[in-house]
Design a protein around this ligand. Structure first.
Ligand code: GLU
Length: 471
């Protein structure tokens, strides 16, 4: 079988948005699944709107997602010689011609066509004139005047276009620059692309592109047009539906595996499985199961998948991704057992890395501030005795294993006649400042005596001061 060669050809006129990323992912996954090749091409011929910052942002987003390419990046602006040769080929073979109609003439033709109830179009004035190259001439493709062009779309099925609706479109402007549909085809032919999966906003271009393939005698690639990504109100995804750029999700604390997983599922299915690792996706991804209906972007689902990926990750793999989030909060962490132990306790309770960083603060802060409400409720006189007893016992203890900590708590319960909850909550506030945290034994074991004893001491002093004020 022929080696599958796919491509992703973004226009660098902004960041990589989630819809574009999904198209990239589909092409990349299919190439990886088929052990084919994935080509990256930057479609920067719109010089006014293309920027280096966008190129950099697209690379950054692809790299973050873990989408690697085997060939490229190609830049269309570096390929003008190739396009020029192909324009000449089309003219020489009689598939294209020079046209010198002025903009005013073209405008009049369009008006006339519309007045006759038709679509605005070029009327073919120069088609048979066999004009030569001249300064103000454009090159037009000689499109068939009748019949149909069928896009055999592997996702949407056959889409039939009437040729008399496709006019003799311009392939090269009078300033010598080639037009969009033309360069796409030349690139896809010269890069040996045989599978094109793209957004269905391009489907109107495909019949024109097919005509160009035929005129050049090149075999057609497989086309598949994927439905757009929509917002939850079914409008085309835009800023008001939330962040649009892929890297914004990175900055909010999403894992690349989760974004990858979510975007693939937004338009493709494998039974009702929701959770996929990258390797699983490569193993099972196919074009046949790309859906025909639009994907609705749902941030809550993305969050749920992110939580699943956080939970499934090896704690040591999360240290690096978590670092910048803690840094933002003024905390520098190092890789090692302490960090991985901390992360392990937070994995089941974090939807994003930002959540995890918030929840990890107490493990790292030198000095714990008690939340006012928590302190008022739990750091009061009734907690003094159990906290003092526990502090004394933990100071004497050398073994901070789960079992031993349980025994220590049990002895405090026995001596005070209090239930575990009555002891654990004040301890939690003492150690974390808050009323919610991972399991009390877990956090004591991780914090260790060097952090636990001073924090209990601070809570004890807090209660004593409060009692003194009240008396
Ligand atoms: N450059 C186009 C875009 O960014 C993609 C064109 C194509 O896939 O053929 O939407």
């Amino acid at each position: 079988m022929e080696k599958i060669i796919t491509r992703f050809p973004p226009s660098p006129t902004g960041y990589l948005h989630v819809g574009g990323a999904r198209t990239a992912i589909f092409n990349w996954l299919y190439a990886r699944h088929m052990e084919g090749k994935f080509v990256l091409r930057i479609e920067d011929t719109d010089i006014k709107r293309s920027t280096q910052a966008s190129v950099d942002a697209i690379f950054e987003a692809l790299q973050w997602l873990g989408i690697d390419w085997d060939d490229g990046p190609y830049f269309q602006t570096q390929r003008f010689d190739i396009y020029r040769d192909y324009i000449q080929k089309l003219v020489d073979s009689g598939h294209a011609y020079y046209c010198t109609c002025s903009p005013e003439q073209i405008d009049a033709m369009r008006q006339a066509a519309m007045a006759g109830g038709g679509k605005p179009r070029y009327d073919g004035s120069c088609r048979e004139k066999a004009l030569g190259k001249s300064e103000d001439a454009v090159v037009r493709f000689k499109a068939p005047l009748s019949g149909t062009t069928v896009v055999e779309d592997v996702i949407k099925g056959n889409i039939v276009f009437q040729n008399d609706e496709l006019d003799d479109f311009v392939v090269c402007r009078s300033d010598g620059t080639p037009t969009y549909n033309f360069v796409v085809v030349i690139d896809d032919i010269t890069m040996d692309i045989n599978t094109i999966i793209r957004g269905d906003d391009h489907v109107m271009n495909t019949p024109k592109q097919i005509l160009l393939y035929r005129a050049l005698g090149s075999p057609l690639p497989t086309f598949g047009h994927v439905p757009m990504v929509l917002g939850n109100d079914r409008a085309r995804l835009s800023k008001r539906h939330g962040a649009m750029s892929v890297t914004a999700y990175r900055d909010m604390g999403y894992l690349p595996e989760a974004v990858l997983n979510y975007l693939v599922r937004l338009g493709w299915s494998h039974g009702d499985q929701e959770f996929f690792t990258r390797d699983e996706l490569i193993k099972v991804f196919d074009i046949a199961h790309i859906g025909r209906s639009a994907g609705i972007f749902d941030i809550e689902k993305l969050q749920a998948i992110n939580a699943d990926h956080i939970q499934a990750a090896a704690p040591s793999d999360l240290v690096g991704p978590l670092k910048p989030f803690l840094k933002e909060r003024g905390i520098e962490i190092e890789s090692g057992d302490y960090a991985t132990n901390v992360i392990e306790t937070l994995q089941p309770r974090s939807k994003t890395l930002a959540d995890m960083a918030d929840a990890a603060m107490f493990y790292y802060l030198e000095d714990i501030e008690f939340e006012e409400k928590a302190a008022r409720k739990f750091l009061k006189s009734a907690a003094l005795e159990p906290l003092q007893l526990l502090a004394a016992k933990l100071k004497a203890a050398t073994d901070y294993s789960q079992e031993n900590l349980e025994d220590v708590f049990k002895s405090v319960m026995d001596e005070t006649g209090l239930k575990l909850g009555k002891i654990a909550q004040p301890v939690r506030v003492a150690l974390t400042g808050k009323t919610a945290s991972p399991g009390i034994f877990e956090i004591i074991a991780i914090l260790g005596p060097e952090r636990v004893i001073p924090r209990l001491g601070k809570a004890i002093r807090f209660i004593e001061d409060r009692m003194a004020e009240l008396s």
